[in-house]
Design a protein around this ligand. Structure first.
Ligand code: GTP
Ligand code: SPV
Ligand code: MN
Length: 608
């Protein structure tokens, strides 16, 4: 029964699908070919479910938002669940101190009974997909089995889904096996489990985003980072953008910021007027994940393994990110936003100034939106999201589908830091840059369950996504730098989130971040000077262009943005020593000596 209508003759795929069907016992198996007819039929089916069915999706206003759907998840199932996410390598040491771990045998034994018969009375969908352009040598194939049409429709946007993926795979065994069941959506039995040594992901009891779109964090970061370590490439939580300069050349930059810290916004940036007039333009290659591999010329090349954006809705508007908003105007899926009942469209905080009066909030209650928000509630969940096809994006890079990827000139780290970290600085070299990446910390956001606004270490913005020992991951960074030599991208750190005494951001951010990218590019080209400080190279006075924002970013504010406060940095170093020792080394993190040395050198420079 399982193999009826199979879209491949790959015996490894067929055997595994049969085994999972025998375990989950669905009534039907449907192989997803990615055709329009099949997707339309599934959309019909999922929108025809009765109101109140937790799996139901809704058509939105098909004139204003053609092809767009709406879905509301369970109230307890609205974000990634880091405390229920596991890396199951054979030894605990190989998972390292940043991951939850269980012996793979034990984990399979624990989860197998939970999957046993879990799809009785339901359909199992077999989703073949390619991460990256099908023709790219950097791309990889995955297959996800799921009982959720919401997942199928999301995977259709987020990946190159369908028959072509099986054609790419041929009879190879190199595919990631993903098994997802929403089961009872029981938070007590929710597990998001990676078995890197088996190329396998098992996810159960969730029906939300990053927990169930297994291509994304589970494959393209956790499993892929492990593969990259073994195969000589990198999988990173990074946007990829191209800056086209007045001379016509495009420079490509990758940036790693923690979840909900500005990747989508930076990737789709519209430069300030002065820059546009001079001929600058920004193109988006990716907004969340980069796969990076040295090319034949020795430079580092990046592809975006994804085919769409799973972006944070709140805060997205015509002013902050018109490109993201435009990307959501057709064939998109909205999850946990609010509904404007006047015209069956969507709304979220800051989409417009005034909330709709006649609204349905994200949990499904009809409310007066103005009164509801005035009482301190949000209409949309803070981690409500849009799933939008990349092809909708007005500034999508012409290189988006380039199988070779794009050559990277700069790598940028950043996070939400109210103090200490300046607006921008450059590392002295790759090894120092790797240290800076290891030292990223950021205030937590609604992208994961738990407290929001708490400062935590999030090395390379990858804390929840490194599929192996964090110390080995840092060693891999250092090895990549050695391999790339003088062709390695330059490494920078930025902070858009510095605050004044009253908690207001002192840098305007968004489109004005172009002014910082400008300095970064000039540093890569060797056309901007810099101030050598204890922490790295900082812009010289007047080198960040503030034309048009002089009123907002006065010289005093610029001083604050670019200051290196020695006392705060001494505290920062003390905390880094504690972190390296107590959180990483003492708990089995194999920190490379070169990073300890960086810490010593930084301390020495600051002591002067
Ligand atoms: P994930 O999809 O979770 O990985 O998030 P992301 O890194 O793509 O974050 P995104 O661009 O969606 O930004 C999240 C929130 O950060 C937005 O709602 C904005 O409010 C805020 N933000 C983004 N860029 C800036 C900026 O330059 N300045 C300020 N102050 N806020 C920003
Ligand atoms: C993130 O949390 O970094 C996301 C959203 O990009 S999710 O896919 O849910 O992980
Ligand atoms: Mn992300």
């Amino acid at each position: 029964m399982a193999l009826e209508g199979a879209l491949t003759s790959n015996q490894k795929v067929l055997d595994w699908v049969q085994e999972m069907v025998d375990l989950c016992k669905p009534d039907r198996v449907v192989w997803i070919d990615g055709s329009k007819e099949q997707l339309e039929a599934l959309t019909q089916e999922v929108t025809s479910l009765p109101d109140g069915d937790p799996n139901k999706m809704y058509y939105l206003n098909q004139e204003k938002l053609p092809g767009c759907l709406y879905h509301r998840t369970a109230v307890n199932d609205v974000a990634r669940v880091e405390d229920r996410t596991f890396i199951c390598t054979r030894t605990k040491e190989d998972a390292g101190p940043t991951n939850n771990w269980m012996d793979p045998k034990e984990m399979y034994a624990k989860l197998t009974p939970m999957y046993d018969g879990v799809m009785k009375g339901q359909t199992m969908y077999v989703i073949p997909y390619s991460m990256g352009p099908v023709a790219s040598p950097i791309s990889k194939v995955g297959v996800e089995l799921t009982d959720s049409i919401y997942v199928v429709l999301n995977m259709n946007i987020m990946t190159r889904m369908g028959k072509a993926a099986f054609e790419k795979l041929g009879d190879s065994n190199d595919f990631v096996r993903g098994l997802h069941s929403k089961a009872q959506v029981d938070p007590e039995n929710r597990y998001i489990v990676q078995f890197p040594e088996d190329n396998t992901i098992w996810s159960i009891n969730s029906a939300y985003g990053g927990n169930v779109i297994l291509s994304k964090k589970c494959f393209a970061l956790r499993i892929a980072s492990f593969q990259g370590k073994n195969e000589g490439w990198m999988a990173e939580h990074m946007l990829i953008l191209g800056v086209q300069k007045p001379d016509g050349e495009t420079k490509y930059i990758c940036a790693a910021f923690p979840s909900a810290c500005g990747k989508t916004n930076l990737a789709m940036l519209i430069p300030p007027e002065g820059y546009r007039k001079n001929g600058y333009k920004v193109f988006t290659v990716g907004d969340d994940i980069a796969w990076l591999k040295p090319g034949a010329d020795g430079r580092l090349y990046a592809i975006n393994p994804e085919n769409g954006f799973f972006g944070v809705a709140p805060g997205t508007n015509e002013k902050s990110n018109p490109n993201a908003l435009a990307s959501t105007r057709k064939n998109a899926i909205f999850t946990n936003v609010a509904i404007n009942n006047d015209d069956n469209t969507v709304w979220w905080e800051k989409l417009t100034k005034e909330p709709p009066v006649n609204a349905t909030e994200w949990k499904g209650a009809k409310v007066n939106g103005v009164e509801f928000t005035a009482a301190g509630n949000t209409l949309a969940h803070p981690n409500s999201r849009f799933t939008a096809p990349a092809e909708n994006c007005p500034c999508l890079s012409p290189a988006f589908n380039d199988p070779q990827g794009v050559p990277i000139s700069a790598i940028v780290f950043g996070g939400r830091r109210a103090s200490t970290t300046p607006l921008v600085y450059q590392s002295f070299d790759w090894t120092h840059g790797t240290y800076i990446g290891s030292a990223v910390s950021s205030e937590t956001t609604a992208a994961a369950t738990g407290a929001v606004g708490v400062l935590r270490h999030d090395p390379m913005a990858m804390k929840p996504f490194i599929g192996y020992n964090v110390g080995d991951y840092w060693a891999h960074w250092l090895e990549m730098g050695e391999k790339l030599g003088d062709k390695a991208p330059k490494i920078f750190n930025v902070n858009w989130f510095k605050q004044d005494e009253n908690g207001n951001f002192i840098w305007p951010g968004f489109g004005d971040n172009m002014r910082v990218l400008d300095w970064i590019i000039k540093r890569c080209e060797g056309t901007a000077d810099a101030e050598e400080t204890a922490i790295g190279y900082l812009p010289k006075k007047g080198d960040i262009n503030v034309e048009g924002i002089e009123d907002e970013v006065t010289p005093e504010i610029m001083d604050k943005l670019l200051t290196v406060d020695k006392e705060l940095w001494k505290k920062e170093i003390a905390e880094m020593r504690r972190y390296y020792k107590e959180d990483i080394a003492d708990k089995g993190g194999r920190i490379p000596q070169a990073l300890w040395d960086q810490l010593d050198k930084l301390e020495e420079r600051l002591g002067k």
